[in-house]
Write a protein that binds this ligand. Structure first.
Ligand code: HEM
Length: 408
């Protein structure tokens, strides 16, 4: 049996990845806050409720029959309003509840203090929910799994290698100029659109748009630039067919993931279900996109080795996380491919959705927006073109992002 633990309330009905649901294997005893009722965001403990350690079975649940629960979910269209369903259920069952939907069991945790308790108890090898549709794709295609899909010592070993190229400040310093380049192009694209399509006089021009597709493209373009050291040209008015197919594949993979979380992928595969076929085909496309870049990376690497370029660069250019990992050679090529595709998949809607929330919040808080803008401008002017320095001098921007992540 696999049980996931989810924390908080989902922001948007896409992704379905570990970014939104983080799960652990069920434990016999779980240190939980005693169940009570949540009123206006505050927990009111019920009379006679025992505080302290309670068994997994004692966690209140929404019904034992996963298939009946799933049917109810579909009939009442709860997937579209998952956050409301969770809020209602937390109010009814208390701040920790179990839910079985189709093949997926979850434990949902509302209070940050309880989530923190769980994280503290996990030790060096946290166990996370397996994203079954992704894992099944890797198994049937004989691909390696990346850190998203691994647990235990194997996960830790790969994660430590990846930290060096993705998380550590020296790595961030290397790829920040790439993000900056994409962000500047994105702003230029919006500016041009404003000039062409905006209404009103100069200086007071208004343009009403739905920013979600643009933010999705921004996140994908930025991720690919950092990961592959290459632009894929998604801001162009006529992106290449290859890029169009890639964006289609990422979108399709993300939208087919949530429904597949509740169904047995191998059964769907045997039945030739279109949902599964679409999901697997989208992943195949994403993998072949990565494969083509790995081939190119190889060529670049061999040319640059002949010319003795500095580490992680070809002809003086940073070659992305992919180039760095290939050059270090501590992960096998299969593992590099698996992790690069997972990093790419994990970084798109998780970036685009909070950015949209941030724009929304800044839009309805114009004074805050003005303060953030002024601080960013002043900091940029002082940073002498160094984006890392500019970020350090703009704590309000960091505060905005943190507040958005807290609330969304
Ligand atoms: C605001 C944006 C993001 C949010 C809210 C977010 C959220 C999360 C969460 C909640 C997890 C699960 C953590 C856990 O298992 O303990 C996670 C894991 C992960 N995320 Fe993100 N994420 C974001 C951006 C990104 C980006 C930009 C990337 C890729 C460049 C990414 C790649 C990953 C990967 C690879 C994992 C698995 C890590 C592991 O198991 O070691 N995420 N993310």
């Amino acid at each position: 049996m696999s049980t996931r633990v989810t924390a908080g309330i989902k922001a948007k009905g896409s992704c379905g990845s570990r970014n939104v649901f983080f799960g652990v294997a069920p434990q016999k005893g779980l240190c939980v806050t005693a169940a009570g009722t949540v009123v206006h965001g505050k927990l009111e403990r019920g009379k006679g409720v025992v505080k302290g350690m309670r068994s997994f079975k004692e966690i209140p649940h929404t019904g034992r029959n996963g298939w009946l629960n799933l049917l109810k979910f579909w009939r009442e269209n709860r997937f579209q309003q998952l956050h409301k369903h969770m809020e209602r259920t937390f109010n009814m069952l208390g701040p920790i509840y179990r839910e079985k939907l189709g093949t997926l069991s979850s434990v949902n945790i509302m209070l940050p203090s309880d989530v923190s308790e769980l994280f503290k108890s996990e030790g060096l090898h946290p166990r996370r929910m397996t994203l079954q549709p992704w894992a099944t794709h890797r198994e049937i295609r004989n691909h390696s799994k990346g850190i998203f899909l691994k647990n235990g010592e194997e996960w830790r070993a790969d994660r430590l290698q990846l930290n060096k190229e993705v998380m550590m400040s020296a790595a961030v310093k290397r790829f920040l100029p790439l993000l900056d380049e994409v962000a500047k192009d994105f702003c230029r694209m919006l500016q041009t659109r404003m000039e062409k399509e905006g209404r009103g006089e100069e200086g007071k021009c208004v343009l009403t748009i739905d920013p979600s597709p643009d933010l999705f493209r921004f996140a994908l373009e930025a991720s690919c630039h950092v990961l592959y050291g290459e632009r894929i040209g998604l801001f162009s008015s006529s992106p290449s067919l290859e890029s169009q197919k890639f964006i289609w594949a990422v979108e399709r993979m993300l939208t087919t993931t949530p429904p597949l979380l509740y169904l047995p992928p191998r059964l769907l595969l045997r039945m030739g279900a279109p949902l599964w076929t679409q999901h697997a085909t989208a992943w195949d496309h994403i993998f072949s996109h990565a494969e083509a870049r790995i081939q190119r990376g190889y060529q670049r690497l061999s040319t640059s080795q002949g010319r003795a370029s500095p580490a992680g660069t070809a002809g003086g250019h940073y070659t992305g996380v992919l180039g760095q990992l290939m050059e270090k050679g501590q992960l096998s090529l299969d593992l590099i491919k698996a992790n690069i595709t997972e990093l790419m998949a994990g970084g798109v809607d998780t970036t685009a959705v909070p950015l949209q929330f941030a724009l929304f919040e800044l839009g309805r808080n114009p004074e805050v927006q003005e303060s953030v803008r002024q601080q960013v401008r002043a900091s940029w002017a002082q940073a002498g073109g160094d984006p890392q320095k500019a970020l350090q001098g703009a704590p309000l921007l960091k505060g905005t992002i943190k507040e958005v992540l807290r609330s969304c």
